[in-house]
Structure formats: structure tokens, C-alpha cells
Design a protein around this ligand. Structure first.
Ligand code: SER
Length: 325
């Protein structure tokens, strides 16, 4: 097992996405810009990504494109962030299967063949389904999701664990909650309302939320998400009993509680609720998760609560939106 080799040349797939864009910058800060290759499928990188290190167009479903970049840069570590999320996956289940399953298989195979040091493969609260205990979802529990996204993530966890056991490839992953962030918008997730609400509150003082007011889902603020990802990737392999499927808790709040917290800063803000097809997806996921395995095996604990997250989001977004005007 490649436990004590250093990560030196990193590839981030999905680098233009919500998590990938901020993760790439954090990795460049830590390992040096030239050592972190950002890869995107279609979207050209914004100036921060473009100016801080190399960028390559890679479609993860095309193994030759992936392999060419791995060879060119002598990549030894991959953060595989490219994925089709839950709501987008219900609109196009075939694409979700292709990207999330065939793309992942290509990444794992290329990593195995190139004897890589480590691979990060994110999972999600979408692995849970209606039969999972909801408050909290245990680490070891029923995984019978009802979305295509969820079932590709369960498969991803199992496949990653298989590569650990069968091929000695060091694959690690977190079941991310909904991620709230101020830089890149999320694309096609069920938890996107928890980001959209901030933009609408600042710009229009109104938001029509696509889940019910009493909908509670596990969420996390981006700084905690990045910190968790780097912590897990640096954890001592010998201490890990789990590999690809760590539950991770940050915050859990209802859509109504989030709106009320924003209203403390923007008193005119009005939130309305018009649930659409995403309500059913939200209802199939737990309200909270038990993350004691992450706490025990690699020392996880979150830093943001609802008031600190909301205050920080509003400050960062206001600055960003003023700068764009
Ligand atoms: N944020 C994701 C989604 O809503 C969950 O992993 O699809």
C-alpha cells in the first residue's frame, strides 16, 4: 500500500465545479500552482483558476484524454470531482451513469495502472434512501437510494473500496452533505436552494424555494468542506478503518431556519415555498448524519454553525456582487 509516498503532482477533475474550483486553489496554495493541474470538461476556467496553474480540457468518460494528461504531467494523485448531481441526474439518468460510473472507472483504472499514490472520490448523502434512519443516518446503514445519482455514488463507494482491497490503491472519500459556497454556483443538485437563497436575498430580497419550509438536510460551509477533504487525504492510512464512505456532519437546518437567519441581516427578505420534483429527492435523504467514524479515524470536527456561516456568506457574496456591478 502506497501509504508513505508523498503526493507531488495532483490532477483535479471537475475543477470548474462548485467544490473543484475552490479545492484546486487550496491545493495550489499548499502544493504549489504548477503541481496542481485543473481539468474541466467544457467550462473554461475563470481568471483565478487560469492564472494560478495549468488547465486542461478532459472528458472523464474518455479514458485516452485522461491518460494523456496523467502522462504529460506525471500525475500521482487525483481528486476526482467531476460528477452529475442529483437533480440533473434525474433529468438525464444516462448521462449521470456515464459520467459517474464510467468516468470513475476510468479514473480508478488509470490510477491503478500508473501506480498512483492516492485518489479522492467524493460520495454524498445521496447514498441514503427512504429506508435509512433519518436522524441521524448511521455510518453503517441501509444504502438503497432512489435517485440515479445516489445509486452511482453507492457503486462508487463499493468500487473504491474494492480497489483498496484488491489492488492496494489508496482511495478515499467523504459522503459530502449539501455544500454552501460563495464562489462557484452548484449545478443541478437538490441542495442548491441553500446557495441560491443568498444571491436572491441580496439582489432581490425575495426567494422562491423549491423545497418545503420544514425540509431539513445535512449541509456544510465550503471552508469546512475543503478542510475536511485535505484532512482525510493527509490522514495516516494505518488509522483508517473506512476508506471511501465517511459520513460527514456540518450543519443541519430547515429551509425556514435558513431564511430566518438571513432575515436577521436583511429584514425585508421574504421567502416563499413552491416545492417541485426536488422535494421528493430531499425527502428521501436524512436530516442529520452520525460522523463519529470521521471524528475517530482522522480527527474531524466542523468549525461553522448556522449564524457564523450565514454572516460569512452574506459578507463574501456582497463583496463579490458589488465587484461584478
Ligand atoms: N449536493 C448534492 C445534490 O444535491 C448532494 O450530494 O445533488
Amino acid at each position: 500500500m502506497s501509504t508513505h509516498r508523498e503526493m507531488k503532482r495532483i490532477l483535479v477533475t471537475g475543477a470548474c465545479g462548485q467544490i473543484g474550483s475552490e479545492l484546486t486553489l487550496a491545493l495550489r496554495e499548499k502544493y504549489g500552482g504548477e503541481n496542481v493541474v485543473a481539468a474541466g470538461h467544457r467550462t473554461p476556467p475563470g481568471p483565478a483558476l487560469r492564472d494560478s496553474g495549468p488547465f486542461e480540457f478532459v472528458d472523464v468518460t474518455k479514458r485516452d484524454e485522461l491518460e494523456a494528461v496523467v502522462r504529460r504531467y506525471n500525475i500521482d494523485t487525483v481528486y476526482h470531482m467531476a460528477a452529475v448531481l442529483s437533480a440533473a441526474g434525474e433529468k438525464n439518468p444516462h448521462l449521470a451513469w456515464d459520467v459517474n460510473i464510467n468516468g470513475l472507472y476510468n479514473v480508478l483504472e488509470v490510477a491503478r495502472e500508473h501506480n498512483m499514490v492516492r485518489v479522492f472520490v467524493p460520495s454524498s448523502i445521496a447514498v441514503f434512501g427512504p429506508e435509512t434512519p433519518r436522524d441521524p443516518a448511521p455510518q453503517e446503514t441501509v444504502l438503497r437510494p432512489t435517485t440515479m445519482y445516489g445509486l452511482t455514488k453507492v457503486t462508487g463507494e463499493l468500487l473504491g473500496n474494492y480497489y483498496v482491497r484488491r489492488f492496494g490503491l489508496d482511495v478515499r472519500g467523504i459522503r459530502y452533505p449539501g455544500i454552501i459556497s460563495s464562489e462557484t454556483l452548484p449545478g443541478g443538485g437538490t441542495t442548491d436552494y441553500a446557495v441560491e437563497i443568498f444571491y436572491e436575498a441580496i439582489q432581490h430580497k425575495r426567494y422562491t424555494c423549491f423545497v418545503r419550509e420544514d425540509t431539513v438536510l445535512p449541509m456544510m460551509y465550503m471552508p469546512d468542506c475543503i478542510r475536511a477533504t485535505l484532512m482525510l487525504m493527509e490522514a495516516d492510512f494505518a488509522r483508517l478503518k473506512h476508506h471511501t464512505d465517511f459520513n460527514l456532519a456540518g450543519l443541519s437546518f430547515s429551509a425556514g431556519e435558513l431564511a430566518a437567519e438571513i432575515k436577521k441581516h436583511i429584514p425585508e427578505f421574504v421567502c416563499e415555498y413552491q416545492p417541485d420534483f426536488r422535494q421528493q429527492i430531499a425527502d428521501s435523504w436524512p436530516r442529520t448524519v452520525d460522523d463519529s467514524a470521521a471524528r475517530e479515524e482522522w480527527g474531524w470536527s466542523p468549525q461553522y454553525d448556522l449564524p457564523t456561516m450565514v454572516a460569512d456568506m452574506l459578507e463574501k457574496l456582497r463583496r463579490k456582487l458589488v465587484a461584478q456591478d
